[in-house]
Design a protein around this ligand. Structure first.
Ligand code: NAD
Length: 341
């Protein structure tokens, strides 16, 4: 029989679990609740949707919250712990002690996330915020808030989903082999069983298709989205998307943004991925060799797993930075996520 040594831990590992909130309780918000459930280092204490919020200092029950949300349309009906509100984010921030939030909110219109961040700054709240924003222009709006975030005592981690997020970070790591990075090409395959589970994600993807923009996709009724998906057999094929991986890699000093491209296929009628999600990083080594690193995600991993896992990994990293007095804005290309136990 072998005896295993006790695992070593850093001395600054938190003794009490971090109190975590999730804003937005759609596809990603609900998956986030499930991802957090087995974690010892984080307790999921707060969540908000458009019509209400829920808070419990000892932790919320994911099953009870998801059932309430599906049956009654809002976490505000949760009993006990729910509150109906037309200003759920503002009320939750004021009332509930939380160390950090994952912002699983739709960015519709394209200025919405920046407006939520301004709300946090104005409220006097201090802590860590993590988003899974996708558009370059949305991240640019946050860059303008850098100084205000730092003054407010907020550590903000942007672009911390899958792409941008996990794949951008992989590109940042892979780039270290090269003296010059020539190209970063991200190709994603997403499979979901039905589009209604991820309404904002699908509307935001439609906004990248020829003939559509964020405003027209936001204005589409559910029936119009379903009719569009009927015409494409449930698939969305996207090329040369406006994706913040480009500005994030430029900010990290890795390559100019025009060397980064993002595209992929989303199948809204099959949970199996239509193709394997991967990123190719091509560059020149110090010896003058041209080579390509490829990082490919396992086909069995869902969009939810590849977004929520990194989001909480970056939240943990952000909380450590916050505790050490770093406030302001960082991207997933600049910091290593920390695995949440
Ligand atoms: P969804 O449509 O399933 O759910 C949105 C949730 O936000 C709902 O619970 C809704 O009630 C809530 N909400 C809307 N307005 C609100 C408000 N004013 N106050 C409080 N709550 C509000 O959304 P989803 O499909 O889970 O997507 C969430 C976001 O994640 C999208 O912006 C999407 O683009 C992004 N995303 C990023 C990645 C990535 O890899 N970076 C991948 C997938 C999705």
């Amino acid at each position: 029989m072998t005896t295993s040594k006790p695992a070593i831990a850093r001395q600054d590992t938190p003794q009490t679990p971090l109190r975590v909130g999730v804003l937005g309780f759609g596809g990603l918000g609900q998956a986030a609740a499930r991802v957090l459930a087995p974690k010892a280092e984080m307790t999921w204490v707060a969540a908000a949707d458009k019509k209400g919020f829920a808070y419990h200092p000892d932790g919320l029950n994911p099953d009870a919250c998801i059932t309430t949300y599906h049956q009654q349309g809002s976490l505000g009906y949760l009993d006990p712990g729910g509150t109906l509100s037309t200003d759920s984010i503002a009320e939750l921030i004021q009332r509930s002690p939380v160390d950090g939030y994952f912002l699983a909110l739709p960015n519709l219109p394209n200025t919405f996330m920046a407006s939520v961040v301004r709300q946090f700054i104005a409220s006097g709240w201090r802590g860590v915020l993590v988003d899974a924003l996708k558009r370059t222009s949305a991240v640019e709006q946050l860059l303008e808030l850098q100084a205000e975030l730092a003054d407010a005592g907020i550590t903000y981690m942007t672009g911390c989903g899958a792409t941008p997020g996990l794949l951008t970070a992989a590109a940042s790591l892979a780039a270290q082999s090269y003296a010059e990075v020539h190209q970063v090409k991200i190709t994603f395959g997403v499979g979901i069983a039905n589009w209604e589970a991820y309404r904002a994600t699908i509307r935001e993807d439609i906004a990248h298709m020829p003939g559509y923009n964020v405003d027209s996709a936001m204005a589409m009724s559910d029936e119009e989205v379903a009719a569009l998906l009927d015409r494409t057999e449930g698939k969305l094929t996207l090329e040369n998307m406006e994706h913040a991986d480009d500005i994030m890699l430029e900010l990290a000093g890795i390559c100019a943004r025009d060397r980064v491209s993002v595209g992929g296929v989303v199948d809204t009628r099959n949970p199996q991925k239509p193709l394997s999600t991967h990123v190719n990083i091509t560059g020149r080594t110090f010896e003058g060799k041209i080579s390509t690193h490829t990082f490919t995600l396992g086909d069995e991993t869902s969009m939810a797993a590849n977004v929520c896992g990194p989001a909480f990994g970056y939240l943990k990293a952000g909380i450590r930075l916050h505790q050490r007095g770093f406030y302001g804005l960082l991207t997933s290309a600049e910091v290593m996520p920390l695995f949440v136990k």
